[in-house]
Ligand binder design. Sequence first.
Ligand SMILES: Cc1cc2nc3c(=O)[nH]c(=O)nc-3n(C[C@H](O)[C@H](O)[C@H](O)COP(=O)(O)OP(=O)(O)OC[C@H]3O[C@@H](n4cnc5c(N)ncnc54)[C@H](O)[C@@H]3O)c2cc1C
Length: 498
Amino acid sequence: MKAAIVGAGVGGLTTAAHLAKMGVDVDVYDMGAFAGGKMYKYTNNEGLTWDTGPTLISLPDQIKKTFSELNLNPPELLTLNEGSHLLFADGTDWHLPIGKDSLISYFKKKDYLLSQQLNTSLKIAKSIFEFADNFIFNEEPPTVLSLGLKSMASGVVFQHPKTMLRVYSQVIDSLFTNNNMREFFYHFASYIGVQPSVAPGAILSIAHVELGSDIVFPKGGIYSIAKSLYDAAIKYNANFSYQTKVTKAIPLGNEFKNRGWQLYFQRDKHEETKKYDILISNGDPYVASQNWIESEFINKLLNNKLTNKLLRPSESQFVILFDWKDHTEISHHTKIFPKSWNQSFYEVGVELKIPEDPCIYLVWPHATDKNISPRILFISAMAPNLASGHSWDEKSSLIYTNKILDICRKRINLSFNGEVFKTISPLELHERTQSLMGGIYSATSAQFRPMSFHFSGESKVESLFFVGAGIHPGAGVTMVMKSSERIIKRIQKKYKLG
Ligand SMILES: Cc1cc2nc3c(=O)[nH]c(=O)nc-3n(C[C@H](O)[C@H](O)[C@H](O)COP(=O)(O)OP(=O)(O)OC[C@H]3O[C@@H](n4cnc5c(N)ncnc54)[C@H](O)[C@@H]3O)c2cc1C
């Protein structure tokens, strides 16, 4: 059997390795210069390499599981000695330890009531996460009806009605009295790209992933996850074509009953074509359906979801890869909160403009892995998506870069002398990875039923499958791996693969 995988992101790589191991003849096409998709890296002329894209790897058991199923060793995962360093506008400074128990003890020493509130919140977050993991993350997205029945049967709605049936900001305001903790928890809404006042309360489960799970750093840098998956796919004989853009895929016969796909792609300015038995799309399904998959059914289905605002693009970010020449010790993860996270997020997400006071995130991997140069600093800040029409030309990128660095200097009280090696705007991310509106995840739902509105990875169209962040409600790196496993199981069953 011949399979085409369009996209060598974490989802495409995981799928390629598994299918190739089962003996499928796999060709992977990617527009980028090498594998990784949003998990990417840039190297300067001195050989210093910056990871870009994901920075915080949670749920590491999934990485171990994926590699064990591939009969390979996972990349070495280092445990971080600290979670995040949070800096709030009122001068409050928290160094969060990793893991629920340590976190509760940390706050017990500061504020007993807050530690109790956090304990309650993380218990609820865990139980919602476990519900999603049992009933949603490993399966096809359920229908609204089956999701309702499953949540009733599992008891999650009865146990936590105030969380499951209210909007996220109400949930947070009722759980916490401390303003900074509220700010911190509101910011989890950025993952789904909607205001806390409209986001479903169930996204509290994100707190379990970020605060209740282990956070790891792959030795040598985040890109070593993509590299290890790529090596696995190569070991099992998958083929890769880079700087190759797939321009069209036409079903051979009726889209619901086809005999495979005719794939058209552009490489070195030449158009080429090849026939495949199955087609797997790893890029954003919405962009793919608009740009290259010739399926009226998929196109209509996804367009309806977007135009009816059942789905929206996720948050976007502006990234600065900074060569920190006068580096000094900081935490691995530092988050600088604005005066009002809600206000800043409103300016970016609703008014679609550069925020007055952005939330800024700094990642200094040397804190965990001494083999990574201390000059490597990754900085990202809230940024409006492509709907804003922002040009992200050299001048506007420079203005925003200077604003971000000035805030870092003031709030962390360090000089931050060095050079900007590269900036990555939402527009550039979109152009390189075809992300929807330049979002860092994929489309997410603003409704109470986010899981059920997610697009199924096994489409009704014959021999067409989707993997990756665009089809999985979790959307982070380890969830993307889960999405591949979900689809591989289906392909394996359907085509009776070994
Ligand atoms: C700035 C940033 C920060 C992030 N932070 C985190 C984090 O801390 N933790 C976390 O878990 N996740 C994070 N993420 C999200 C995470 O990186 C993504 O969810 C994940 O990498 C997506 O993988 P994927 O396989 O779904 O798709 P992608 O990585 O998007 O890969 C899709 C690939 O398909 C290719 N493609 C698309 N269309 C075509 C075509 N027509 N022809 C050829 N190739 C095509 C693209 O070029 C791309 O390489 C972050 C992302 C960004 C950008």
